[in-house]
Design a protein around this ligand. Structure first.
Ligand code: CAA
Ligand code: NAP
Length: 247
């Protein structure tokens, strides 16, 4: 079997970095897709190299743009051959109580966190099916499962990610392509560190484990879902949330 390739969006963020590292350790070629406005690409690559990860291929684009996704995947294929594993991980928050939520905050979250799944998955799913093997892993959230005040936009998008996962998993079930979601609880990344300190403390107090997740704890789940032996799991949502919520 030739070396498989994994394409990770939001690769230079907290979870994305852990996912790229987990895949590199598993022996995949890794394509790290990042937002063009991310101005620390070189610094990130240096940090990765210092940690022993020297072979990441980088592509830049906005996952909310269909054209950017087409171009990024074409660049990835030119560099690594096929995309065998896709992780739809890029995401943003625009938290606000619904009474004050503006249309642009709704649109930004829906397009980045949900429409991006259409934009990216379209570029790879049919080719995976033709080859008879593929893994699509979508990053949802505990707040897409349970809902969170201040996040009507985000909760709607992340619940949509789960619906997309269940529907597409059925379409691809006989093609050797699995489609699964991960619904992490609160993970120690810059997204969570942006929550006001007192509010975050209150949230952590409600987590039975009384701590945030480590990004590596989500990376390990991606590693499992991408593996050969996860071939019978599809349409599933893995809840990794320290006991915060049971489906
Ligand atoms: N349920 C119901 N009502 C609530 C509430 C809750 N959980 N929290 C606050 N309220 C009410 C308040 O009592 C207040 O009511 P009054 O106006 O009647 O007094 C009103 O909502 C406004 O509350 P705030 O003062 O908190 O409003 P704010 O404008 O300062 O902040 C917010 C709003 C930014 C949404 C803030 O509450 C917040 O950051 N909440 C946390 C949201 C959250 O969990 N985000 C997760 C981000 S990380 C992530 O998303 C990753 C992941 O997947 C887990
Ligand atoms: P993060 O550190 O902020 O990483 C998010 C990454 O997505 C960043 O690298 C960001 O790039 C990128 N991104 C944002 N908008 C983009 C766009 N339009 N096109 C391309 N890339 C874009 O946050 P994270 O915690 O690692 O989040 C990763 C995923 O996990 C998100 O989908 C998030 O919703 C989900 N999640 C996180 C948690 C948590 O507690 N942290 C819990 C559940 C689910 P820039 O930095 O350049 O903007």
């Amino acid at each position: 079997m030739s070396q498989r390739s994994a394409f990770v969006t939001g690769a230079m963020g907290g979870l994305g970095t852990a996912i790229c590292q987990a895949f590199a350790k598993d022996g995949y070629k890794v394509v790290a897709a990042y937002h063009p406005q991310f101005d620390n690409r070189d610094e990130w690559l240096k940090e990765m190299a210092a940690a022993g990860f020297k072979d990441f291929v980088c592509v830049a684009g906005d996952v909310a743009s269909l054209d950017d996704c087409k171009r990024m995947v074409a660049e990835a294929e030119a560099a690594v051959g096929t995309v065998d594993i896709l992780v739809n991980n890029a995401g943003i928050t625009r938290d606000r109580m619904f009474a004050k939520l503006e249309k642009d905050q709704w649109d930004a979250v829906i397009s980045t966190n949900l429409t991006s799944l259409f934009n990216m998955t379209k570029q790879v799913s049919a080719k995976m099916a033709e080859r008879g093997w593929g893994r699509i892993i979508n990053i949802s959230s505990v707040n897409g499962v349970k809902g969170q005040a201040g996040q009507t936009n985000y909760s709607a998008a992340k619940a949509g990610v789960i619906g997309f996962t269940k529907a597409l998993s059925q379409e691809l079930a006989t093609k050797g392509v699995t489609v699964n979601a991960i619904a992490p609880g609160y993970v120690a990344t810059k997204m969570v560190m942006a929550i006001r300190e007192d509010i975050l403390k209150g949230i952590v107090d409600t987590v039975p484990m009384k701590r945030l997740a480590k990004p590596e704890e989500i990376g390990a789940a991606c590693s499992y879902l991408a593996s050969e032996l996860a071939g019978y799991m599809t349409g599933a949502t893995l809840n990794i949330n320290g006991g915060l919520h049971f489906q």
